[in-house]
Design a protein around this ligand. Structure first.
Ligand code: 7RM
Length: 652
């Protein structure tokens, strides 16, 4: 496969960027021409950010799985599409060629059809990182069912909320999951969730850990038995359902500043074009490269850059079931060595954690196959960047620092490996087609910060530096279309803060060369180990504990996780054993949201700093959590300033 739209030099980047601003429709039509369509578009783009309403490739018809599978069969049918490495280093790895993956996707799509699934139905997927997860995702897309993948670290309650919101009718799960030395009982979590989910008619259960599970008659069925049924039916083919460009492809829930996660909706054509375009350009994928993204498919990074982007590009994508620190902190480097990985894409939190184990775990690993390194999910600090660069890239691999969000569908700001300049701890430049700018609190543009007007790159450093809130002023093909079931929430959250702009929720700096440096969220969203968690969500969970009167949650800098979760809790019950109470509250959060949202610190307090109108002053709590005790700002407007002294004195 060749990628005629792959940018090969800084000059090509500059001219592609210019064209994408001057003639966005011509630009994206030029990219989209290289995909398989049942019917081409009537109009490349229709949009307004007030609705918002954004339509890419209106009138076009396609199926994304034909672009990820069928179109590769003739030329690269026997090449590996997915290489799977087990959690257990002793278990044999698996390789699925494009032919085999195509066969299995069709087969499982027929299973879904046998279970009554039709185009538009919602399917919840709660599975470990095994090839069948990718197969399940693609099988949904094959027949136009809308997948909603829920990360394996979420609790029964979180799953139930997501299933109810989407009114899903079928769940795909497994008996259990391996994660390091732990066995996680996925099916039993699903059973707990489904008590609250009358919309679910069927549960398909893959065998993985062979932990005993209870199967409910009429509702639950084994993956393997379902496959046997389609085998006896004879015809292994499954024609891809024709989808309109703007038909929904999937829902993925993500945290925001309110208590309830939002179902971010992506649609077929634009998402396909943009994930492929960004994959090929950012990582500079070359045919035959082995590409390894360490994310979980349960997050957007896995959707876009393990499954859809790489497969639509005919790439070899490595799927790893395990974790970087098990059986030891050399596991990731073992995997790179074993499969001669060329491109490695991981999270700063993983790098920081491995750094802490020292170089012994890197020493005897052959990392010479690596050509490109990437990071995603949070800002990367200079120390972690240096370590990654020196000890993994050996100073010869470009590092792409990729900034994007669940809502953006794909990477918006990043250097292109060895093509555009990298700058340590900077996401750097917007991809062609992406028009960022920074605005102040009032929404006034920061002079010199608008890439489309001021130019994306100033080689001589003659641009204008500035800082502000990061917005995007023009749609790109994989922009969020709606929040499932509540379009106004989408408008309110992303398009109402600054009229006619998409607001990212992030703050950023722009240097004189035009490089953006993302500094972090400016709203009440935490980023813990690259996972997005809303403070309100954690507070809601804490407040479910019977003894809790009220709570306030803030983030604080954490050496490995990036941010840690600090909870201030007013507790009403018997306070004789504070340690026990804290443990109990942590368990409550794990049960309500999942282990990923467990607070790192819980401080019992007698009151919270509030304004006279009753609003919690989080700014003060944040400062206390960060340890900036002498710099709390103006506390004179507080209802009860004494409470601040108490909180300061008992700080953990
Ligand atoms: C892909 C993903 C999105 C939030 C985003 C940022 C932060 C992501 C970077 C980053 C600095 C980066 N989707 N973020 N990438 N911050 N540099 N390269 O992570 O929806 O889960 O999170 O993550 O705050 O708004 S996400």
């Amino acid at each position: 496969m060749s990628y005629p739209y792959q940018i090969k030099s800084l000059e090509e980047y500059q001219s592609a960027y210019k064209q994408s601003v001057e003639d966005p429709e011509g630009f994206w039509a030029g990219v989209a021409d290289h995909f398989t369509w049942h019917r081409k578009w009537d109009k490349v783009l229709d949009w307004n950010f007030t609705g918002p309403e954004v339509k890419w490739f209106s009138g076009a018809q396609l199926n994304i799985t034909e672009n990820c599978l069928d179109r590769h069969l003739a030329e690269r049918g026997d090449q590996p599409a997915i290489i799977w490495e087990s959690n257990d280093p002793e278990e044999d790895h698996r390789v699925l060629s494009y032919k085999e993956l195509h066969f299995k996707v069709c087969q499982f799509a027929n299973v879904l059809k046998n279970n009554g699934i039709k185009k538009g139905d919602r399917i919840c997927i709660y599975m470990p990182m095994v090839p069948e997860l990718a197969i399940a995702v693609l099988a949904c897309a094959r027949i136009g069912a809308i997948h909603s993948v829920v990360f394996g670290g979420f609790s029964a309650q979180s799953i139930a909320d997501r299933i109810q919101d989407a009114q899903a009718s079928l769940v795909i799960t497994s008996d259990g999951a391996y994660r390091g030395n732990k066995d996680i009982p996925l099916k039993s979590v699903i059973d707990d969730a489904l008590v609250q989910c009358p919309s679910i008619k069927k549960v398909i259960v893959l065998t993985r850990t062979r932990v005993p599970v209870s199967m409910i008659k009429g509702r639950d069925t084994w993956w393997e038995d379902e496959i046997k049924k389609v085998e006896t039916q004879g015809n292994p083919a499954c024609p891809a359902v024709t989808m309109d460009a703007e038909d929904m492809l999937f829902i993925l829930y993500t945290s925001g500043s309110t208590g309830k996660p939002k179902g971010v909706v992506h649609t077929c054509a634009g998402y396909m074009v943009y994930t492929n375009y960004s994959f090929v350009n950012v990582f500079q994928y070359q045919p035959g490269d082995v590409y390894f993204c360490t994310a979980d498919i349960g997050w957007i990074t896995g959707h876009s850059y393990i499954v859809y982007g790489p497969l639509s590009a005919g790439a070899t994508t490595l799927l790893f079931e395990g974790i970087p620190t098990w059986p030891d902190a050399g596991r990731m480097w073992d995997v790179v060595d074993k499969f001669k990985v060329n491109i490695l894409y991981t999270a700063p939190t993983a790098i920081r954690s491995l750094m802490g184990f020292g170089l012994d775990y890197v020493k005897n690993k052959d990392l010479s196959s690596l050509r490109v390194l990437g990071t995603v999910g949070e800002p990367i600090n200079e120390e972690a960047w240096n370590w990654y660069n020196e000890n993994i890239g050996k100073g010869r691999c470009p590092i792409v620092d990729t900034w994007w969000q669940t809502e953006t569908g794909g990477i918006l700001i990043s250097n292109l490996a060895a093509v555009t300049p990298q700058k340590r701890s900077h996401a750097t430049l917007p991809l062609p087609g992406v028009q960022p700018l920074l605005v102040d609190e009032k929404g006034e543009p920061i002079p010199g910060s608008d890439a489309a007007i001021d130019g994306p790159y100033h080689a001589k450093g003659d641009g204008t530096a500035g800082s502000g809130n990061l917005c995007i002023k023009f749609p790109w093909p994989s922009i969020i279309r709606t929040t499932y079931g509540d379009h106004d929430r989408c408008r309110q959250t992303y398009f109402a803060t600054y009229p006619s702009l998409y607001f990212t929720g992030d703050g950023a700096l722009r240097d004189e060369e035009g490089n953006y440096r993302i500094t972090g969220r400016v709203d009440d969203v935490l980023n813990v180990s690259g996972h997005r968690i809303g403070t309100a969500e954690v507070e809601n969970a804490i407040n479910m504990h019977t003894g809790v009167v009220e709570s306030a949650v803030v983030g604080y800098p954490h050496d490995i996780k990036g941010q840690g979760i600090y909870a201030f809790v007013i507790f009403n019950g018997n306070k004789t054993d504070e340690i026990l109470i804290s443990k109990d509250i942590v368990q409550t959060v794990a049960r309500i949201i999942g282990p990923i949202a467990k607070p790192d610190k819980i401080q019992l307090v007698s009151g919270l700093p509030k304004t006279r109108s009753g609003k919690i002053m989080r700014r003060i709590l944040r400062k206390i959590a960060e340890g900036e005790l002498n710099n709390l700002g103006d506390t004179s407007t507080l209802l009860d300033p004494a409470v601040v002294e108490e909180i300061k004195n008992n700080r953990l």
